[in-house]
Design a protein around this ligand. Sequence first.
Ligand SMILES: [Zn+2]
Ligand SMILES: [Zn+2]
Length: 244
Amino acid sequence: MTLRTFAAAWRWTPGTACHICTSWQRDAVCSACRRRFRPIGHRCRCCAVSLVGLNEVCRRCILRPPAFDHALAALDYAYPWDGLVTRFKFGGACELAGPLAERMTEALQTAAAQPGFVQPDVLLPVPLSDARQRERGYNQAWELARRVGPALGIAAQARWVERVLDTPHQTGLDREARMHNLRGAFAVPAAGRAGLPGRSVAILDDVMTTGSTAQELAATLRRAGVVHVQTWVLARTVSDDAAP
Ligand SMILES: [Zn+2]
Ligand SMILES: [Zn+2]
């Protein structure tokens, strides 16, 4: 009996342990966990923070609109997704890129079906400095963008913007301190100067906390001639102060 006929006889299919509940099944995150931990409620149209009530824009964005036009988040940076994102970002678990990119693609496909959605011309993953990328071995934003882009039919460009200043880890810093650290962190090389003017772009990142990174990058892109900037993140912290 071959392995194939043996498997058919026992209705066995190769599977994996769900990264959340560890049940043995087909997907890296099982359908029960995807349903159970689906974000509910709605988000600020500008910065994607969770909102209660019917307001479309949060108080902070009314008082100080960000440099980007819109933000979309697939998940809350809360249990159980925070654990998966931490393993993906800091624990070397690059194999989580696929299942996390699927969550992002699903959320963006839902958003794309809504009126007012602007389809960007290009996806720009937030770049790491060369030193940080060497230390980590991969750029988690690129690992998401190179999967999400083709799924949505949008080109992802890893080299149209670069990080020229290595900022210290932002964990625990407030918005003002983060903005100060990030000033001048990004630059647009020749490929971006040729490709960006007149374009609509989406910045893609893993987590948005205060939005400082997207703010600085969006301002850099505007100076390079980009006409519409949105920010797409895998996970949004529940408030601006819950820094990962
Ligand atoms: Zn599960
Ligand atoms: Zn907001």
